[in-house]
Write a protein that binds this ligand. Structure first.
Ligand SMILES: Cc1ncc(COP(=O)(O)O)c(C=O)c1O
Length: 384
């Protein structure tokens, strides 16, 4: 790092915080049961609706993303009930682990990491197991960089079962379209520290009427994560337990920024960053982990190849003040991942690509400096 603490944070969450959000979080504390707090809670929930594509008010939790993954499970699935988890990486696997912990009968559809599910295979599983009560998906699988096409998968679930559709959109909500109503998704969960540009600590769950019918019948013991408490309190402009007020101030400011830019433009910006990153890495002949159709606009993963080391790339970047992510579980030391979501614009990608070229050159990969930048700039020049 040339300048101490000057960090260019390009991991797939937590993501950098816009100055306006940082400033909002420094506001003096207010009473969490005050009228101002009520207005804040009701307002941010209302303003989150378009991000989820629903008319239902998203529930607000203080907790990390996993808190709402667990909440989605404990509120809907009872011990021994059969569920299907479509596992495309670490976070699908996390849903399966939570479900196992709660005693569900878990069927897994394990998809090769870096790929999306085969619709026919999904259909077959549903036909073979007619008692499946809920199907769990991850929209963006952060560990690989695939974007699972929920719009194409959910109609299959609805056609071949009566199961609830539950989606983890932690690393995609706010960067890519999500249409809960149109796609017939029953529960969508998300977190604060990714495309929504606030620190970790807030989590969200949007719940369909269909899911509420199941939740009303659910007999699992639960307390902090009980969806009904959050729904009933939200109707009164409050939360059942002390809300993370400073983060809610931050969320309010972040929503302001996203609304000002316009959702369509926000999605487009992420798409451009994805294309620039992919085009640049291809120009360097680096093996991308996902194909163009499956790639998420929020994170890009690259396989290590002969002649260079992915951890050496990460440590060289760190010396230049840039932080990118490595692989998780069996991909540790085998891939690197670049986060391009949230408070990140197309020009923010260029230093990352530049530093990658420098690291590869240092590792004696034959390339001419500027190759990646040129490819990325060519993509960007079509959008300005
Ligand atoms: C897709 C996805 N789901 C769930 C989580 C878990 O969120 P948290 O670490 O905030 O509990 C993450 C975090 O990276 C994620 O990317």
């Amino acid at each position: 790092m040339f300048i101490a603490n000057k960090i260019n944070l390009r991991i797939p969450g937590p993501t950098p915080i816009p100055p306006a959000v940082q400033a909002a979080m420094n506001k003096p504390m207010i009473g969490h049961r005050s009228k101002e707090a009520s207005t804040l809670i009701s307002e941010v929930s209302e303003r989150l609706k378009p991000f989820f594509g629903t008319n239902e008010s998203p529930l607000l939790f203080s907790g990390s993303g996993t808190s709402v993954l667990e909440a989605a499970v404990v509120n809907t699935v009872q011990p021994e009930e059969e569920v299907l988890v479509v596992v495309t990486g670490v976070f699908g696997d996390r849903f399966a682990k939570i479900l196992t912990e709660y005693g569900a009968t878990v069927r897994r559809y394990d998809v090769d990491w870096g790929k999306t599910p085969d619709p026919d295979a999904l259909k077959k599983i549903l036909q073979q197991h007619p008692n499946i009560k809920a199907v769990f998906f991850t929209q963006c699988e952060t560990s690989t960089g695939v974007l699972n096409p929920i719009d194409k998968l959910s109609p299959i679930v609805k056609e071949f079962s009566n199961a609830l559709i539950i989606v983890d959109a932690v690393s995609s909500l706010g960067a890519v379209p999500f249409e809960m109503n149109d796609w017939n998704v029953d529960i969508t969960v998300a977190g604060s520290q990714k495309a929504l540009m606030i620190p970790a600590g807030l989590a969200f769950a949007a719940v369909s009427q269909n899911a509420w019918n199941v939740i009303e019948q659910n007999k699992n013991p639960k307390f902090y994560l009980d969806f009904k408490r959050y729904r009933d309190n939200l109707l009164k402009g409050t939360t059942p337990f002390t809300p993370a007020v400073s983060l809610l101030f931050g969320l309010q400011a972040a929503l302001e920024l996203l609304e000002e830019e316009g959702l369509a433009q926000v999605f487009n910006r992420h798409e451009i960053m994805k294309q620039m990153t992919r085009s640049a890495l291809r120009a360097l002949s680096l093996p991308l982990m996902t194909n163009d159709t499956d790639a998420s606009p929020t994170v890009t993963s690259v396989y290590q190849a002969d002649g260079w080391d992915s951890e050496a790339v990460r440590s060289d970047l760190k010396k230049m003040g840039i932080v990118i992510a490595g692989g998780q579980q069996h991909l540790k030391g085998k891939i690197f991942r670049i986060g391009h979501m949230g408070y990140c614009d197309p020009l923010d990608i260029l230093p990352v690509l530049s530093a990658i070229e420098i690291s590869l050159k240092k590792q004696n990969v034959s390339l001419s400096l500027g190759t990646a930048l040129q490819a990325a700039e060519e993509v960007l020049s079509n959008h300005v």
